[in-house]
Write a protein that binds this ligand. Sequence first.
Ligand code: ADP
Ligand code: MG
Length: 188
Amino acid sequence: MTDVSPSQGGPGSGKGTQCEKLVEKYGFTHLSTGELLRQELALESERSKLIRDIMERGDLVPSGVVLELLKEAMVASLANTKGFLIEGYPREVKQGQEFGRRIRDPHLVVCMDCSADTMTNRLLQRNQSSQRGEDTAKTIAKRLEAYHRASIPVIAYYETKTQLQKVNAEGTPDQVFLQLCRAIESVF
Ligand code: ADP
Ligand code: MG
């Protein structure tokens, strides 16, 4: 394994958009726990049934399950990777501690700073242009609130553990990308 850099940021802060651009430029292996969970949900396993019930309630999936999915995916591309870009993880300090123990601490943690208004507007717009059923006004508010509550201790945790870089995520995708490239190149 080479480098690990999870990105922190609320729903709608642009993590997915930026990760796509970063993969294109740096060739990182992009892992999104949301995407790994969705892939798992498509299977008819006991694990997928457990995950489905929890997600339908709007709760966080247990950290051990998410870490298991992540580790399986990382091991699968270990032989030919330029580094891992892990989107939207960890969501809780406990997940970060477990990740550090079972895998290792990331070299860089990026935090996408974005206001609740901007995130809400982007998600409502995305709703209109896609079929993703999870983003209703009610679930957006719940997810934003959960993110705010959880992100403060996670960011404080990584401030002392590793390199943490904050990026202003309010601008255009190109403006945000420029800041991310600077953050990455200042570390690697
Ligand atoms: P996340 O993965 O953090 O939830 P996404 O990358 O999926 O965020 O972006 C959420 C929505 O906002 C998408 O519709 C995306 O096209 C749009 N979006 C992302 N970044 C920006 C930006 N910098 N400016 C305007 N809209 C954006
Ligand atoms: Mg996303």
